[in-house]
Design a protein around this ligand. Structure first.
Ligand code: F1P
Length: 352
């Protein structure tokens, strides 16, 4: 696909307009907090559960990590289908859960039905997080929290993921005393700068046809990002991709490494020197490596350094556009239209 054609896609616009959309998410944060705080103190609940499907499940994974870390709550993320099909495992009678049901479209059957299942089973407040002002999830939830700043036309979720991650992070931060507010305000500018400055490097990897498999490693706040990166590669560029928690990779999956593999690692601060062992294994298998993190490491592997001015918890939000760009330019190089992957529908339904 030629460049001009790529840049005319919805996906391109939805990735590259993120600085403006994130500014809007920051602007909406105080009023969203007022609405969510109106349900009463969080102590009312025995835990917080985030559910969704696809990219929305990855938002849930990130949000659960952030809420658990910032607020010391029992916070979990589950695919909506787990609640729907295995409620006994997750909805104990004595549980009083605050549930965030996340869905870009607000129309995914599993998520809407799971929200209804939670309400019918336990004492709960269900908040629907969507980008659509009118949608089935609005009707199923006790409260609707729309993100009208990031509606999307592409089949593939990109910028709206970043906005909903930020919105859910800012809610936890507001409950927790607003320690991240100032740093979060820097995100739109940081994303704008990175979109401009890092595109060339990412395109080098994306357009390298010798690379036939992509593996993404991330733990803690970065696990959701690794999962989303693999999904973007598959959905947008139809390229085989995998993801693992960083050190889990050493327990077998590292056998996938080969010279045709790009291993992208988002090292977490807590992982420090352990990441070097992963790098040694990659080197032994002659795999290509790209580290994406806030600080340069001693490793000889190529590194993309950004986010040193924001806390680690905010960095997945800052890094998200990088994996979207990587997949987008891979799709362009492969001649795949990232707006409309074959056999993917914008809303996954069971009937029709
Ligand atoms: C869930 C989802 C999207 C994906 C595609 C298919 O949708 O898996 O993440 O990009 O559109 O559906 P939603 O519940 O977030 O609308």
């Amino acid at each position: 696909m030629m460049n001009a054609k790529s840049e005319g896609t919805f996906t391109y616009r939805e990735i590259y307009r993120q600085p403006e959309a994130l500014s809007e998410t920051l602007r909406h944060a105080p009023s969203r907090f007022v609405r969510v705080a109106s349900i009463g103190p969080l102590e009312r609940f025995t835990g917080v559960l985030f559910i969704g499907c696809g990219s929305s499940y990855h938002i849930a994974l990130y949000a659960a990590h952030a809420w658990g870390t910032l607020l010391g709550l029992r916070a979990r993320a589950l695919p909506a289908s787990e609640i729907l099909n295995f409620p006994k495992a997750h909805l104990q009678a004595e549980a009083r859960l605050l549930v965030f049901a996340i869905s870009r479209s607000g129309g995914t059957d599993e998520t809407v039905l799971a929200a209804e299942r939670v309400k019918a089973t336990i004492e709960t407040t269900v908040i629907g997080v969507t980008t659509e002002p009118e949608c089935p999830l609005r009707r199923a939830a006790d409260m609707h929290l729309p993100f009208p700043e990031c509606p999307e036309r592409s089949l593939v979720t990109t910028g709206s993921l970043t906005c909903m991650m930020l919105g859910l992070l800012l809610l936890a931060d507001a409950f927790g005393g607003r320690t991240l507010q100032v740093e979060a305000a820097a995100l739109p500018e940081e994303v704008a700068q990175s979109l401009r400055e890092n595109e060339r490097l990412l395109r080098t990897y994306a357009e390298d046809r010798a690379l036939t498999r992509f593996i993404f490693l991330g733990s803690g706040p970065f696990y959701a990002l690794a999962a989303e990166a693999a999904l973007k590669m598959i959905e947008m560029a139809l390229t085989p991709a995998h993801y693992y928690p960083t050190l889990e990779f050493r327990h077998g999956p590292h056998l996938l490494l080969s010279p045709e593999t790009l291993l992208v690692i988002f090292p977490a601060e807590a992982e420090g020197p352990y990441v070097n062992r992963v790098l040694e294994e990659a080197r032994a298998a002659e795999a290509r490596v790209l580290l994406i993190g806030a600080r340069a490491t001693e490793a000889s592997a190529p590194q993309l350094i950004l986010g040193g001015r924001v806390s680690e918890l905010l960095r997945p939000i800052l890094f998200a556009h990088l994996i979207q760009q990587l997949a987008f330019w891979r799709a362009a190089a492969a001649g795949v239209n990232p707006d409309a992957p074959p056999r993917l529908t914008r809303i996954v339904r069971w009937n029709g």
